[in-house]
Design a protein around this ligand. Structure first.
Ligand SMILES: [Zn+2]
Length: 243
């Protein structure tokens, strides 16, 4: 008998992404340039600074795919996201090709906006000059100086991730995603990571479980775990959840 998939509830993880090193900020001009620098942080038309949900989601997915050997090579030198539709990564993020969808995609990653604390967005920006040095003369190569606009280290962004729960074992999908959050903390978000940009840390995390009964009117069905210190603690709190 075919199992009928119905929504059992939602698990939300929110909190702060703290920049431990500056992060490059890109505008529309650069993001439109295909193959240009990967800009993890952008400004909207009102100059609000945010990390697009797609940047965060894509980076965590690619780290998990590398770890689990799920990258698909197309034979033309391109390494593509997994497309099988059946593995944990495809269940969490959706297969690369939507015609391979076998189950509903579990995750929603919201845009993470900069926490302003009463300041203006530009107060969180700095311009970092970088240059290329001529290896013989020891001076800057002509045209080698570039100014890179960065969000300063120490800034915090508010993130939110929502998991749609369809099966009891979906807890393993949340745990798999948290593995990716841990990998990201030891990697970097966006371009120029090997030059020290984009080191981040997740902190002040909250875990909220809203079972189906909550949406049907039972306010008390919701459970909230506040003040989760780090990703490790989040992992153990998720392990104790009853979905
Ligand atoms: Zn897959």
């Amino acid at each position: 008998m075919e199992e009928k998939l119905t929504l059992k509830g939602k698990v939300t993880i929110n909190g702060k992404i703290k920049l431990e090193s500056g992060i490059h900020i890109g505008g529309t001009k650069e993001t439109l340039k295909i193959g240009g620098m990967d800009n993890p942080v952008i400004k909207d038309k009102n100059d609000n600074i945010f990390i697009p949900g797609s940047s965060l989601k894509g980076k965590i997915r690619s780290l998990l795919e590398k770890k689990d050997g799920k990258i698909k090579f197309d034979g033309r030198g391109n390494a593509l996201p997994c497309d099988c539709g059946g593995c944990e990564i495809c269940k969490i993020f959706g297969p690369h090709d939507s015609k391979n969808i076998k189950e509903p995609v579990r995750i929603i990653v919201r845009d993470a906006y900069l926490e302003l604390n009463g300041k203006k967005p530009y107060e969180y920006l700095e311009v970092k000059p970088e240059n290329t040095i001529d290896r013989v003369k020891g001076t800057t190569i002509k045209g080698g100086i570039r100014n890179i606009e960065r969000v300063v280290a120490g800034s915090e962004f508010n993130f939110e991730i929502v998991f749609n729960i369809y099966k009891n074992e979906d807890k393993n999908l949340i745990k798999k995603f948290i593995e990716g959050m841990k990998l990201l903390e030891d990697d970097y978000l966006g371009g120029c990571g090997s030059r020290g940009y984009g080191k981040i840390k997740f902190k002040d995390i909250m875990l909220i479980h809203k079972p189906k009964a909550y949406y049907e009117g039972d306010k008390n069905a919701i459970t909230v775990e506040k003040n989760i210190h780090d990703v490790e603690e989040l992992y153990s709190k998720v392990e104790k959840l009853t979905l």
